[in-house]
Design a binder for this molecule. Structure first.
Ligand SMILES: Cc1cc2nc3c(=O)[nH]c(=O)nc-3n(C[C@H](O)[C@H](O)[C@H](O)COP(=O)(O)OP(=O)(O)OC[C@H]3O[C@@H](n4cnc5c(N)ncnc54)[C@H](O)[C@@H]3O)c2cc1C
Length: 441
C-alpha cells in the first residue's frame, strides 16, 4: 500500500484537511499534466501517475536508434490563438520553446499541378485580407473564405462536407486539408459544429491568432519536461510505471486505486482526476459514456542526406503526404485520418510518402536514407456527430472523481488545446469545490 496523504507547512490560514488532501491525477498526457500544474500552482498536493515510463502520452519525443535522432511520435502544430495551451506553457516557463513565423503564413504545394503558394491571412477581426489576391489561395474569391461562417449555424448532425463542399477546387485546397488536420476525421463524416470553435478562436480573430507554432527542439522538451520539473519544485511527485487497473468505490466516492504496482488508498478529502484514454476510463468507471471509435494518424520520419532550404512546415496536396515538417536533417510527414494507410506495410508506405517528399522539397538526390514509420492507430477519437454525443462532462456521479482528456466534453476538437482545456477545467472544478466547502463551514 502506498501512502496517499502527507502534512505540509504551517496550516495557519487554510483548512487543514485541504492541506492534507491529495489529488491523484492518473494519466500524464497533456490533460493530466495541465491539471496537475494548475493544482500545484494553487498550492495543492498532487501525485501524478502514468502507466508508461515517461510523461506526454500522445505528445512525446524519444530517441530513435534507427534514425539516430530525437524525434516526436508525431508532428504537432499549435496556433497562437490556442490560449489555454499558451497559458500552460507560460505557467511552466516554456513559452520560448515554441517557434514559428512572425506572421501567419502557411506554404503549400500541389503535387499534381506543381503550383506553390503561401496562404497569408491578415488583419484583425475584419477579414480585409480576403480582398487581397496575394494573400489568398490561387484562383479563390473572397466568398470561398466567408463560406466558413456556415459552420456557425451547422446542425448537430451536419458534417464538414455537407456544409462546405460545393464540389469545387477551393474545398480541396483549403477547407478539406484544414478540417482533416484539425478533426483527424474525413470531411464526409467529421462534425461541422466541432470545426467552428477553432475558426472562431483563431482565424475569426485575425492574423495574430493564427500564427503557427511548433516545438523548437521537440515536444517533450517544450510541453512535458518543464511541467514535470514544475511539479517537482512544487513538492508534487510523478510516478511512472503505475498502470491503473481498478478503482474501488464507497457509495458515492472512489475509495482506492489498484495499480499494477499496488494499492493506493484515498483519504476522505482526496480526489481522483482520471486523465486516461476513453477505453481505459470506461473499464475503471462503470457506466461512463465515452467515444468508442478512433482514427489513426501516420507519421513518416526521413533522414535527409542534406539539410535542405525549405520552410519548417509545408502543406502538401495531391499526394499521400499532407504536411511535411522539417527539423534540421529530418523531414517528418503527417497523414491524418489514415486508417486505410496504416494497414499497409511500412516499406510500401515509406516509398509512397518519400516520393511526395522528394517532389515537395525539390530534392536533387531522390534516393532515400533511413526512415521510421510511426502508426498511432488511436491518435484521436473519431470526431463524428455520433461520437461527439458520447463525450462526458468533467464531473461524474462520484463526488471525488473528475475526468480530463481531449475526448471529454471540452467543446473543442481532440487537440493539445482541447486536452489542456480539459485539464484546466478539472483543476478549476476541484479548486471551486474546495472554496465552496470552506465557505459552507
Ligand atoms: C500523431 C499525432 C499528431 C497530433 N497532432 C496534433 C497537432 O498537430 N496539434 C494538436 O493540437 N494536437 C495534435 N494531436 C492530438 C494531441 O496529441 C492530443 O489531443 C493530446 O496529446 C491528448 O492528451 P491527453 O492527455 O488527453 O491524452 P493522452 O496523451 O493519451 O494521455 C493519456 C495518458 O494516460 C496514460 N495511461 C493510459 N492508460 C493508463 C492506465 N491504465 N494507468 C495509468 N496511465 C494510463 C497514457 O500512458 C498517457 O500518458 C496529435 C496526436 C497524435 C497522436
Amino acid at each position: 500500500m502506498f501512502p496517499s496523504s502527507r502534512r505540509r507547512g504551517s496550516p495557519s490560514d487554510t483548512d487543514l484537511s485541504e492541506l492534507d488532501a491529495v489529488v491523484h491525477v492518473v494519466g500524464a498526457g497533456l490533460s493530466g499534466l495541465s491539471c496537475a500544474v494548475r493544482l500545484a500552482a494553487a498550492g495543492r498536493h498532487v501525485i501524478l501517475y502514468d502507466a508508461a515510463n515517461q510523461a506526454g502520452g500522445r505528445c512525446r519525443s524519444y530517441h530513435d536508434d534507427h534514425l539516430d535522432r530525437q524525434i516526436d511520435n508525431g508532428n504537432h502544430l499549435i496556433l497562437s490563438g490556442n490560449t489555454e495551451a499558451i497559458g500552460y506553457l507560460r505557467l511552466i516557463g516554456a513559452e520560448d520553446r515554441l517557434s514559428g513565423p512572425q506572421n501567419a503564413e502557411f506554404p503549400f504545394v500541389d503535387l499534381q499541378s506543381g503550383q506553390r503558394w503561401t496562404f497569408r491571412p491578415g488583419g484583425g477581426v475584419l477579414p480585409w485580407w480576403i480582398f487581397s489576391p496575394d494573400r489568398r489561395i490561387p484562383d479563390s474569391v473572397p466568398w470561398d473564405y466567408l463560406r466558413g461562417v456556415r459552420l456557425a449555424f451547422a446542425g448537430a448532425r451536419d458534417t464538414v462536407a455537407s456544409v462546405l463542399d460545393r464540389g469545387d477546387a477551393f474545398f480541396d485546397r483549403f477547407w478539406n486539408p484544414f478540417s482533416v488536420a484539425v478533426l483527424n476525421t474525413a470531411s464526409e463524416e467529421a462534425s461541422a459544429r466541432l470545426l467552428w470553435p477553432v475558426i472562431r478562436e483563431t482565424m475569426g480573430r485575425g492574423e495574430a491568432w493564427m500564427r503557427p507554432r511548433i516545438a523548437k527542439t521537440g515536444l517533450s522538451d517544450a510541453l512535458v519536461t518543464p511541467a514535470i520539473a514544475f511539479l517537482a519544485t512544487h513538492n508534487c511527485s510523478f510516478r511512472t510505471g503505475f498502470r491503473l487497473r481498478e478503482v474501488t468505490f464507497g457509495h458515492d466516492h472512489a475509495r482506492s486505486l489498484l495499480f499494477s504496482t499496488g494499492k493506493v488508498h484515498l483519504g476522505s478529502d482526496d480526489h481522483l482526476v482520471l486523465a486516461v484514454p476513453p477505453h481505459i476510463c470506461c473499464q475503471v468507471l462503470p457506466g461512463i459514456p465515452v467515444p468508442t471509435e478512433s482514427r489513426a494518424i501516420l507519421n513518416a520520419h526521413f533522414r535527409l542526406k542534406d539539410v535542405v532550404d525549405c520552410p519548417s512546415f509545408l502543406g502538401v496536396l495531391g499526394g499521400t503526404a499532407q504536411w511535411i515538417f522539417r527539423r534540421r536533417d529530418i523531414a517528418s510527414v503527417t497523414v491524418s485520418a489514415a486508417d486505410e494507410l496504416v494497414a499497409a506495410p511500412a516499406e510500401d508506405i515509406a516509398e509512397r510518402i518519400w516520393s511526395d517528399v522528394a517532389s515537395a522539397l525539390e530534392l536533387v538526390d531522390r534516393s532515400r536514407d533511413s526512415y521510421r514509420i510511426v502508426k498511432e492507430k488511436r491518435a484521436t477519437f473519431a470526431q463524428t456527430p455520433d461520437q461527439i454525443a458520447r463525450r462526458p462532462e468533467t464531473t461524474t456521479a462520484w463526488r471525488n472523481i473528475l475526468l480530463a482528456g481531449d475526448w471529454t466534453r471540452t467543446g473543442l476538437p481532440a487537440t493539445i488545446e482541447g486536452a489542456v482545456r480539459s485539464g484546466h477545467s478539472a483543476a478549476k472544478e476541484l479548486l471551486n469545490a474546495n472554496s465552496r466547502h470552506r465557505d459552507s463551514h
